[in-house]
Design a protein around this ligand. Structure first.
Ligand code: NCD
Length: 359
């Protein structure tokens, strides 16, 4: 069985199949209406969401299936102290596939260890958001006609922005990608992405501190919101909240064929004056999200009993009773998940669930 917890859970071939199916759904919508009429999707959202939850719901409805679940964990047994593992065991008795969003990092990976139906990670803390990545890849392909060979600028909150982390990981499977990181010091990309993804997998990257200096080089500008809810320190948030704002003057420096993406919601990092620019792709991106989720649900259900599409075999987790993950937002410090580790390429250890460096 295949779960989608991290973008790298899909092989490059499987990723290609999901994107191609999404393109076919866009071209022949009528063929897919009712295609999953006997199936049920559960959406378990422990954290606020508009687009992601509604686009999963709309995707399943367009496939003719049904949707159950909750959008506020306080109304579920979670408020009585139920663990995510127990919740997915229960929901797996009612639904064929589960999309879960959680503020705790690694919650979906932990849940997937006991689930009898595919789990889709719809965002875990600041860690990963692989279905937004599928949306982003489909959007880049539709806007530019290709994904290989692009120069992409990530701007804003690269530290807590899980969509950025996941997209960079997925781009490592494409050829000749150049990444430019545009962020204040406080919001730079975490080391584990720089070291274990960019450096290991050969993505060229550089860090700059202004948009102007790189605008003319970009094929894609990926804007992000400063993730207020993930800051522990309010003063730090106030210092950086208006860091980088995209306006028409900055757009005038960009290539004629460039695409501006944003996972949304935006706060003030893209002025509304940019919305009418043909390069502003963020609302088209939202619609692509529904089509790619239709494709993903279809493929995960098709692959469920196919031994050729299981989870990829990696190194077994390492356990050592003297070591602990110190990330307070990790599942192993929130529920009774075991402290387990993987070896990073630099020889150190990282948490199995949240990727935090183990000291
Ligand atoms: C993003 C998320 O939840 O990570 N939104 C989304 O899923 N479209 C981005 C954000 O909240 O800033």
């Amino acid at each position: 069985m295949k779960h989608l917890i991290d973008p790298t859970d899909l092989t490059q071939e499987e990723l290609g199949q999901v994107i191609s199916l999404a393109e076919d759904i866009i071209a022949h919508r009528e063929r897919y209406q009712g295609a999953q009429s006997h199936r049920k999707l559960a959406t378990l959202f422990y954290e606020p969401s508009t687009r992601t939850r509604l686009s999963f719901t709309a995707a399943m409805m367009e496939l003719g299936g049904n949707v159950l679940g909750f959008s506020d964990a306080r109304s579920s047994s979670v408020s009585k102290g139920e663990t995510v593992q127990d919740t997915v065991r229960v929901v797996g008795c009612f639904a064929d596939v589960i999309a879960m969003r959680h503020h705790i990092e690694g919650a979906q990976l932990y849940a997937s260890e006991v689930s009898r139906v595919p789990i889709i990670n719809a965002g875990d803390g600041s860690h990963s958001h692989p279905t937004q990545t599928l949306t982003d890849l489909l959007t880049i392909k539709r806007e530019l006609g290709r994904i290989d060979g692009i120069t992409i600028g990530f701007c804003g909150d690269l530290r807590f922005g899980r969509t950025v982390h996941s997209l960079i990981k997925a781009l490592s499977g494409f050829k000749d990608i150049e990444v430019i990181l545009i962020a204040p010091d406080e919001l730079q990309l975490p080391d584990y992405i720089k070291q274990d993804v960019c450096e290991k997998l050969g993505i060229r990257y550089r860090e700059v501190s202004s948009m102007e200096e790189v605008m003319p080089e970009l094929d894609v500008l990926y804007m992000t919101r400063v993730q207020k809810e993930r800051f522990l320190d309010e003063d730090e948030f106030d210092r950086v909240k208006d860091s980088f704002v995209l306006d028409s003057t900055r757009m005038s420096l960009a290539k004629e064929k460039m695409a501006v993406l944003h996972p949304l919601p935006r706060v003030n990092e893209i002025l509304t004056e940019v919305d009418a620019d043909p390069r502003a792709a963020y609302f088209r991106q939202v619609e692509n999200g529904k089509f790619v989720r239709m494709a993903l649900i279809t493929k995960l259900l098709e692959w469920k009993d196919d031994p050729d599409h299981g989870m990829l075999e990696g190194d077994a987790p390492i356990t050592d009773p003297s070591l602990h993950c110190t990330n307070p937002k990790c599942i192993c410090n929130q529920e009774r998940a075991p402290h387990r580790f993987r070896r990073s390429d630099r020889g150190g250890l990282r948490c199995w669930y949240c990727d935090a460096k183990i000291k």
